[in-house]
Design a protein around this ligand. Structure first.
Ligand SMILES: *Cc1c(COP(=O)(O)O)cnc(C)c1O
Length: 230
């Protein structure tokens, strides 16, 4: 097994984010690096915190609960984003642990989040996930429904909606999807755009990403045994 140098990887990703931002006339400080630590243990996460990273992404509530309460208590500045699908029966736990929920994608979930936020007195920021590729197996709101769903989240549920998120189809040119997401955010008055992963974050930044979700380029490949990946 090769040793992964998280600190060096992080420095390289940061440098590339900065170059991509400057290259498209943007301020690099507009871009938040969400380090995706799913499947990785506390040691590499600690290394990245020591190197100054403060925002992390996890795709499963249970796994995040196993790893993060201790780390969050130790490093109060750490912020956690949920980037995987959220089942309604895990809303209470998600609202308790996460600072941003990037995967709001249906009215039932919006309603459950609103109820739990009111009950718990804690309001994690919400992003709405858009299924820009209209893929049958993928979660996310369909592009034709996004304007109505944003309105519903704001007006009916009073959710703190900050932005949109997408995961483009693996076999398509991502820029088409990034451009589409940026346009949907613009016309709905949403500032945050979570788009871009290890293979395409520089393109996403050129299209206006404010949050890039990067796992492999920082922490190395994830184990591929069954059940380890999302
Ligand atoms: C795993 C994951 C990522 C990170 O992917 P990499 O290719 O490892 O950078 C980003 N976004 C979501 C939603 C993910 O599930």
């Amino acid at each position: 097994m090769t040793e992964i140098d998280v600190v060096a990887n992080l420095a390289q990703v940061r440098a590339r984010i900065e170059a991509a931002a400057l290259g498209s006339g943007r301020d690099p400080r507009e871009i938040t690096l969400v380090a995706v630590s799913k499947t990785h243990g506390a040691a590499p996460i600690r290394a990245s915190i020591a190197a100054g990273n403060r925002v992390f992404g996890e795709n499963r509530v249970q796994e995040a609960e196993d790893k993060w309460p201790v780390l969050k208590a130790e490093f109060p500045g750490v912020r956690l984003h949920l980037i995987g699908p959220l089942q309604s029966n895990k809303v209470k736990r998600a609202v308790a642990l996460f600072d941003t929920i990037e995967t709001v994608d249906r009215p039932k979930l919006a309603r459950a989040l609103a109820c739990e936020m009111a009950r718990a007195g804690r309001r994690p920021a919400c992003f709405i996930e858009v299924n820009t590729g209209e893929e049958a197996q993928k979660s996310g709101v369909r592009p034709a429904e996004i304007d109505a769903f944003v309105r519903e989240c704001r007006e009916t549920y009073d959710l703190p909606v900050e932005g949109l998120m997408c995961i483009p189809p693996a076999d398509e040119e991502p820029s088409l999807h990034f451009g589409l997401l940026a346009e949907m955010a613009r016309r709905n008055g949403l500032k945050a755009l979570s788009m871009g992963m290890s293979v395409d974050y520089e393109i996403a930044i050129a299209f206006g990403a404010t949050h890039v979700r990067i796992g492999t380029a920082i922490f190395g490949p994830r184990p591929t045994f069954r059940g380890a990946e999302k």
